[in-house]
Design a protein around this ligand. Structure first.
Ligand SMILES: NC(=O)c1ccc[n+]([C@@H]2O[C@H](COP(=O)([O-])OP(=O)(O)OC[C@H]3O[C@@H](n4cnc5c(N)ncnc54)[C@H](OP(=O)(O)O)[C@@H]3O)[C@@H](O)[C@H]2O)c1
Length: 340
């Protein structure tokens, strides 16, 4: 039996963690739900009983073996070292530790081999949601053909910015349909009947931090420091699941039949690609699913060497992009005896 704490339990990712833990049947001893004093006292159902949310304190981590954190970067910066010092392994959903050299950044299907021992600081980072689904598809192709360059445009759902962002989309949609102005609070502009080419803050080179996460995290997870990535990240009025248009240039010419074979064999990747039946991945169908879906697979006609490929990748950002990936990491730590 393993003692687990969720920090950020009342949030969008926290709630999905709770659901995922219930569905995956981990051998859980005690489960602590932690958040800020704002939601302390709220109760959430878990395996037939109600678990009360406690405010996070140092004492709350006594006896905790795995901490699943999703309460924001500054909260993780403060509490992850405290939880690790108390003996827990923290799987952190925020971006705070992701690029630290001594913190493994893990997508189990790609680099789960890193999970054989307690990490140096007791912290493992869960990657950015858009990056997770992309590397699941890119990695098997990289091993066969060698990726040179990736150009990706994302279509990211509102849940990627948390529970309050989903509520804002609902409220604004009602306002617009009632003929009233949509008032933005969470997003910089109205998200109802709109899209916003701006996720996270802008950096000096004109890219946003979200876009640079896709560059740097892809290289770290795939252990491919030379792969070039250029990303444009866009928020769209969808509740759940991120979609991505991905153009890849390889070292060698690609064979479409082999690409389909590789992707069909990739763990937790599903090829949905039959234009004759209008079959392609879409966010509405990916919602609540564990797999990452890939379709619209075609050779890039603008590439005269036959080394280009276009794809459309969709996955549930709260599920594989956050909660499921973290729970998979916990499962492997238990299976490998790193957590007993
Ligand atoms: N949404 C996604 O798809 C996704 C994917 C990957 C990673 N992430 C990352 O995961 C983190 C959480 O995202 P989210 O979408 O779940 O956000 P959210 O819905 O806004 O939830 C935030 C959670 O953090 C808690 N919290 C906030 N400030 C706190 C504090 N000072 N002390 C303790 N708990 C505090 C909140 O508790 P209260 O209810 O008490 O305020 C709530 O439980 C973010 O860093 C985000 O970047 C999100």
């Amino acid at each position: 039996m393993v003692n687990i704490a969720i920090l950020g339990a009342s949030g969008a990712v926290g709630q999905e963690l709770l659901k995922t833990l219930e569905q995956r049947q981990l051998p859980i001893g005690t489960l602590k739900l932690l958040a800020s004093p704002r939601s302390a006292g709220k109760k959430f159902p878990f395996r037939g009983r109600l678990v009360e949310v406690e405010p996070v304190t140092a004492e709350a981590f006594n006896g905790v073996q795995i901490g699943l954190f999703s309460a924001g970067g500054s909260v993780s910066a403060e509490w992850a070292p405290i939880a690790a010092k108390a003996g827990a392994i923290v799987v952190d959903n925020t971006s705070h530790f992701r690029m630290d050299e001594d913190v493994p950044l893990v997508v189990p299907e790609v680099n789960g081999d890193l999970l054989t021992a307690r990490p140096p600081r007791g912290i493992i980072a869960n990657p950015n949601c858009s990056t997770i689904q992309m590397v699941q598809v890119l990695d098997p192709l990289h091993r066969e053909y060698g990726i040179r360059r990736v150009i990706v445009s994302t279509y990211q759902s509102t849940s990627g910015k948390g529970a309050s962002a989903m509520e804002e989309m609902t409220a604004q949609t009602r306002e617009v349909l009632d003929g009233k102005p949509a008032v933005p609070k969470v997003f910089p502009h109205p998200i109802a009947f709109n899209l916003i080419p701006h996720i996270d803050s802008f950096t000096a080179n004109g890219y946003t931090k979200e876009e640079l996460k896709m560059v740097n995290e892809t290289r770290k997870i795939m252990r491919a420091p030379k792969v070039m990535v250029s990303a444009t990240c866009v928020r769209v009025p969808v509740y759940r699941s991120h979609s991505e248009s991905v153009n890849v240039e390889f070292d060698k010419p690609v064979d479409l039949a082999r690409v389909r074979e590789l992707l069909s064999g990739a763990h937790n990747v599903v090829v949905v690609d039959d234009p004759s039946r209008n079959d392609y991945p879409m966010p509405a169908y990916a919602e609540g699913r564990d797999e990452t879906f890939v379709g619209r697979i075609r050779k890039d006609i603008s590439n005269p060497n036959g080394t280009g490929l276009d794809m459309w990748i969709v996955s549930d950002n709260l599920r594989k992009g956050a909660a499921l990936n973290a729970v998979q990491i916990a499962e492997i730590l238990i299976k490998n005896g790193v957590v007993r």
